[in-house]
Design a protein around this ligand. Structure first.
Ligand code: CP
Ligand code: NVA
Length: 315
């Protein structure tokens, strides 16, 4: 594994040159820098019209499918004056075994930023290690930081300052849950996770959160996690790359977010989901299509946050 994990306080020098400003994971940033990215995102949402990507190109590598991440990055880049190139595994040489490192070095000669959606976080880190331009994590099996930046923006819009707020997660302890853990620590809100024992987040992640002084807890009881919460979040039972089948469904059925579970949170609690959703599995249609759901605002904020992230990456 190549080492690029560090707190992303710039400028850092690599071989006498400014290190690229990678956006790899929320835990690598300090709170002030993350808040700065969200302030810029909100400025764009509120009408800022400058074009910091004029003449610049974002290459997007997708080794897994996407609707929101692809379209929000494409539209954000264009609205900021830049251009995008889409690469998938099947139609690039990555699919024929060209290494990530070689791809990184070649793309760095053509484009100004690279976004990648892939399976192993080691591939993301290898790309960042060899690229001489900023690399953005568009989801790995381990995390989904751009999504959770948009989620935090949405939570703040709906609930105001996050200090003293409680978010409850009910479901699979997956990549999205991991980025919520990072966010809870860096943005200073309480996160209560309810996950089946067999699908709990990596213990090292929780140990990190506790070491950092984060208010993050884990239970197997959804009712306990959501009691009095300001926000309930869940995600698909079968992430991209997971083996589908009865086992996950049996384990996760008690974690489905339905109206009875929502009723245990605060009366004005919101429901969030990164989408895509399977209605009737992780959440009932009544909840996701009901008055407490903010999923469309959450999806919209992907666009604004991509602008904040791209602007940060390009310094
Ligand atoms: N939430 C999210 O990342 O959606 P896509 O898989 O459609 O990009
Ligand atoms: N956990 C899901 C998120 C999709 C945006 C997955 O990895 O498939």
């Amino acid at each position: 594994m190549v080492g690029v994990r560090r707190i992303a306080r710039e400028p850092a020098l690599v071989d006498g040159r400014l290190a690229p400003r990678h956006f790899l994971d929320i835990d690598q940033f300090d709170s002030a820098e993350l808040r700065g990215i969200l302030e810029v995102s909100a400025a764009y949402k509120n009408g800022r019209r400058n074009r910091p990507l004029a003449g610049k190109t974002l290459a997007m590598i997708f080794e897994k499918p996407s609707t929101r991440t692809r379209v929000s990055f494409e539209v954000a880049t264009r609205q900021l004056g830049g251009d995008t190139i889409f690469l998938s595994t099947t139609d690039s040489q990555l699919g024929r075994g060209e290494t990530i490192g070689d791809t990184a070095r070649v793309l760095s000669r053509y484009v100004d930023v690279i976004m990648i959606r892939t399976d192993l976080s080691q591939k993301l880190e290898e790309l960042a290690h060899y690229a001489s331009v900023p690399v953005i994590n568009g989801l790995t099996n381990a995390s989904h930081p751009c999504q959770i930046m948009a989620d935090v923006m949405t939570l703040q819009e709906k609930k105001g300052p996050l200090a003293g707020r409680t978010v409850a997660w009910s479901g699979d302890g997956n990549n999205v849950a991991a980025s919520w853990v990072h966010a809870a620590v860096r943005f200073g809100f309480t996160l209560r996770l309810a996950c089946p024992a067999a699908l709990s987040p990596n213990p090292a992640l929780l140990e990190w959160a506790w070491r950092e002084g984060g208010r993050v807890s884990l239970t197997q009881e959804p009712c306990e996690a959501v009691a009095g919460a300001d926000c309930i979040v869940t995600d698909t039972w079968v992430s991209m790359g997971d083996e589908a089948g009865g086992r996950r469904h049996n384990l996760l059925a008690p974690y489905r977010v339905d109206q009875a579970l929502m009723a245990r949170a605060k009366p004005d609690a919101i429901f969030m989901h990164c989408l895509p959703v399977k209605r009737g599995e992780e959440v009932t249609a009544e909840v996701i299509d009901g008055p407490q759901s903010v999923v469309w605002d959450e999806a919209e904020n992907r666009l604004h946050v991509q602008k904040g992230i791209l602007t940060w990456c390009l310094g």
